[in-house]
Design a binder for this molecule. Sequence first.
Ligand SMILES: Cc1cc2nc3c(=O)[nH]c(=O)nc-3n(C[C@H](O)[C@H](O)[C@H](O)COP(=O)(O)O)c2cc1C
Length: 452
Amino acid sequence: MHLNVLSQAVPSPLFEGLWRHPDDRSATGYRTMSHWTSVARKLEAACVDALFFADIHGVYDVYGGSAAASVRHAHQVPAIDPVLLLPALAAATEQLGFAVTYSTSYHAPYQCARVFSTLDHLTDGRVGWNIVTSDLRLAASTGLGTYIPHDERYDRADEYVEVVRALWERSWDAGAVRHDAAADVFTDPAAVRAVTHQGRWFTVDAAHQCEPSPQRTPVIYQAGASDRGTTFAARHAEVVFVTLNSAKRGAETVARLRRRAEEHGRGPDALRILQGMPVLLGRTDEEARERAEQFTALSSPGGLLAKWCGWVGVDLAAHPDDTPIAEILTEDGRSVVGFLASAAPDRAWTVGDVRDFIATPRRPHRFDRLMLFGTPEQVADRMEEYVEVAGVDGFNLFPCPPSSGIDDICDLLVPELQRRGLFRKAYDPAETTLRERYFGAGRRDYLGASER
Ligand SMILES: Cc1cc2nc3c(=O)[nH]c(=O)nc-3n(C[C@H](O)[C@H](O)[C@H](O)COP(=O)(O)O)c2cc1C
């Protein structure tokens, strides 16, 4: 089983209002090196595959027509840039992998290629790239880009990946760097070539600036939920995040994703599929319930609305309560329609219903099926079910509360998974890169369609 732990360099990663939790260290720790190095060391001691950083650019300003709710409730603001944390975290660890979100919408592909080659060198091949296309309404307001419709964003991202992969994989031959002091040759110029690309979105005619790194191409992660997003994942991703509503119903989604990857010419073993889930643990039933009550009490309805409205691009405060939600959802909300339909298939969701649903803090102890909640034994039972019934390869866990929850994963859950023989007790020394950790020793190169 593969285990990633998700966080974000913000005061209240994932859970709105939890920065107020008395045991949590994220509120001030998110901007300190000591916090993140201790998180990384803790995860490494538990043999976790990778620490995963989510990220956005800009401030969500949809709910109430301004950024006030996001700012007030610390919804992904303030935020620091996680890319800059990685070299320091790599220096504090030896084995832990790192995956970082980097948008195809805010930076030129040439710059992306250079950043990830640098990270791959400095982490000794322990880096992954979570590809997101981002909500470009924010890009327009920050001056970082212009708005592009959802599916076209993915078309652009296809071309983006093509360019960065060409820079990583085709610009420098393996033996290009010679270090031949006697002949005064550092690099053989004949072994380095320009990548010439002229496409709809990008034009590049230059050699990559970095020599090949241990993995050349970082491990590619993706979390597309829409049909177009799933196609993108099937084409490019090596590690895919899914949010399955249940293990039983999720089996078809997992099988479809693997089938789609094969349709794109990739082998049956091309994907590692990880179920993304919040996890809230207690040593006993009673402690888990107490923690759940506390979690519910600390959750911030205003923060939840700021998050949801920004994510979906719809201001729930701007429409009468009885407006059918389907009438006002933009195309960015497509995945949400599917989610609401699966949560209550016969319900005609209105703006008021959705607002109440979103602003009501989740109650893990009332069985929130999208959350792993309970004692380590209970949580491990559900994880086992996801692996056996849905066929996922592992989990991307969202620790709750955000930092003390990491301690719980490492101190309570991992030992239980190890006791059941489901999770490693030590890193395999033969697996030196992050890709090898997922796909086995010797699997160094990107496992994309071109390797078929
Ligand atoms: C586990 C997980 C992590 C994600 N991390 C980010 C992130 O850091 N930044 C971001 O802009 N989107 C993030 N997303 C959103 C996805 O990139 C994607 O936009 C979303 O799943 C909707 O997919 P769709 O665009 O195909 O509908 C994440 C999604 C999941 C499930």
